[in-house]
Write a protein that binds this ligand. Structure first.
Ligand SMILES: [Zn+2]
Length: 572
């Protein structure tokens, strides 16, 4: 039995995520976790909400709530949606947890002990009306280049010129609109990533099995321009992990917090500590996943994320881990994704364009979405959600291929033999050919799942469903029954057993439908078919079953058109 540690990039707290976010990390991570558990491996699957930073503060202010309350409520919302999509986390934590506070401060202390933290004095804009320093993007003014009057302190959106806040004409706070601003001296901590550059470069170079998308992004950041830059890891904010050097105060850093990008990946580790606390486990129970000196030597650690998160996971977080000098587990494989676009444009959280997780579950059960999203995962290039494609995929793959097979054979059996597996007849050449084809395809399916080639795995699973339909079409037990009912019984017996096989193989993609099939076939469970031939012998003559309800309803043209117009507009 192998031990697999799986983390999904942690979604930011300030609102409900769209389907593009979902397929970029959490959903494929869940597919892999479910598959590895089904293969009998020990899995620890972790995710969390990413709760610190200015956007959380602003979202809370907009909602009229204290930021801690806002985050607690939004964590519950995101957690319920994760359950709705059947994301099978062992723990869905919070980056604001006491465990993450402690670990973040611990790592900062270790990095400082090892000479990898530098204190830097900076000049930054302070707003008297807001009572705080303003991040560059929260200062607005007139662009000195083009005259656009809503240019941000980091960049002018109109002419794309990179700016410093002090370049702006008539600068004001984007939060309060106040012009009572002042440039003040402030001190920040920098992680000396440049000192770890060669070490990181060698480590990335050793990852020859990683997707090119992952390594090319890392190499670009390592070598483009002046190479890997040191990174500020503190901010002048209230909401976050207070800056401490381990458990000790950090002189000169009072009132400051760690930058959200420093503490967020550390939450992967903290989430397992939260898991231990929530489940009555010990520190040793979570450390055996993370400390190579405490049992994590044989753990394979796989991360899932969108391409925008790759630099932080290939460079910044490994710099934290390596720089600590402690034997923490480093990632073994990073599966990164391109973007999913929406119907001729992009998903947009700010414009409410596209389908968001709550809306998706309001109109259809999660399996419909899981199947489409995973079978169209943006692995090698960006992919696009269109309602036509979604309708076709659901109606063909799920309703016509899988659903129809199940409905046809169970109803035929009920009408001719009753609701139990019929006896009589023997398997011949046709059955031998089917079983051989299944063995080949199941092996290929497993290879794709092991390699996290999600589209290929989905195509193989669909091909396995198609084999059942082709077999029924070819054997035609409804015609056979009139002349040779025994032969028809043998076909029905094999086809009913195929439903059990499909329940097991399909579970990582469509867990609810799989559970329905397992229940209808009265199987109790659906263990992975390590031996296809044996799996097809599981239901013996006399085994009772029930005809399941319609597994997947087809999407009608009116519904498709209705949804298409409903989601093109603006969300409240
Ligand atoms: Zn401009």
């Amino acid at each position: 039995m192998a031990r697999i540690l799986i983390t999904s990039a942690i979604p930011y707290i300030n609102g409900i995520k769209h389907l593009g976010n979902l397929v970029g990390s959490q959903l494929p991570a869940d597919l892999y976790a479910r598959y590895q558990r089904a293969r009998g491996n020990e899995v620890m699957f972790l995710c969390a909400t990413d709760e610190h930073g200015t956007p959380a503060e602003l979202a809370a202010a907009k909602a009229g709530q204290p930021v801690a309350e806002y985050c607690a409520a939004m964590h519950k919302t995101q957690s319920a949606l994760a359950e709705g999509f059947r994301l099978s986390f062992d723990h869905f934590g919070r980056s604001s947890s006491p465990q993450n506070h402690k670990l973040t401060q611990y790592f900062a202390g270790r990095l400082a002990d090892n000479g990898l933290i530098e204190e830097v004095s900076e000049r930054q804009v302070y707003s008297h009306a807001d009572g705080r320093f303003l991040p560059d993007r929260y200062i607005e003014g007139t662009c000195p280049n083009c005259g656009y009057d809503k240019a941000r302190g980091d960049q002018c959106e109109n002419c794309t010129k990179q700016l410093d806040p002090t370049d702006l004409i008539d600068p004001r706070s984007a939060i309060s609109g106040s012009t009572d601003l002042e440039v003040r001296e402030t001190k920040h901590l920098y992680l000396r990533q440049s000192a770890l550059k060669d070490d990181l470069d060698a480590w990335i170079s050793s990852k020859t099995d990683w997707p090119v998308l992952t390594t090319s992004i890392a190499k670009k950041w390592l070598h483009d321009g002046d190479g890997l830059q040191d990174r500020g890891i503190t901010r002048d904010l209230d909401w976050g992990v207070p800056v401490k050097r381990g458990e000790a105060d950090w002189p000169g850093m009072e009132g400051k917090v760690f930058y959200v990008w420093f503490d967020a990946p550390i939450e992967y580790i903290a989430a397992s500590a939260e898991w231990a606390e929530a489940n009555g486990k010990t520190e040793a129970d979570w450390e055996r996943w993370w400390r190579t000196d405490k049992g994590a030597d044989d753990v394979r650690y796989v991360q899932f994320m969108g391409k925008d998160n790759v630099p932080f996971h290939t460079l910044s977080f490994p710099a934290t881990i390596k720089g600590s000098g402690d034997p923490w587990k480093l990632v073994d494989y990073i599966k990164s994704f391109n973007y999913l676009n929406y119907d001729g444009g992009q998903f947009s959280t700010s414009q409410g364009r596209g389908v968001f997780m709550d809306q998706a579950l309001d109109i259809l059960p999660s399996d419909y979405w899981r199947w489409w999203l995973l079978s169209h995962a943006p692995e090698n290039s960006d992919s696009e959600f269109t309602w036509e494609n979604f309708q076709t995929s659901v109606n063909k793959d799920l309703a016509d291929v899988l659903g129809n097979f199940v409905s046809r054979i169970t109803k035929f059996c009920r009408s001719k033999f009753g609701e139990e597996v019929p006896a009589g007849g023997t398997y011949g050449d046709r059955e031998a050919a089917l079983i051989a084809a299944l063995e080949t395809r199941v092996a290929a399916y497993q290879d794709h799942m092991d390699a996290i080639e999600i589209r290929k795995a989905a195509a193989e699973l669909r091909a396995i469903w198609v084999l059942g339909n082709e077999y029924l079409q070819d054997a035609a037990p409804w015609a056979q029954f009139k002349t040779d009912p025994e032969a028809a019984a043998a076909v029905v017996r094999l086809a009913l057993n195929l439903i059990g096989l499909y329940a097991a193989l399909s579970a990582p993609f469509i867990p609810d439908a799989s559970a329905k099939l397992t229940e209808a076939m009265a199987l109790g469970d659906s263990p992975w078919p390590e031996d296809v031939r044996k799996a097809l012998d599981r239901m013996q003559p006399g085994h009772a079953f029930t005809v399941p309800e319609v597994l997947f309803a087809k999407i009608a043209d009116e519904d498709r058109e209705d949804w298409q117009s409903r989601f093109s507009g603006v969300r409240d």
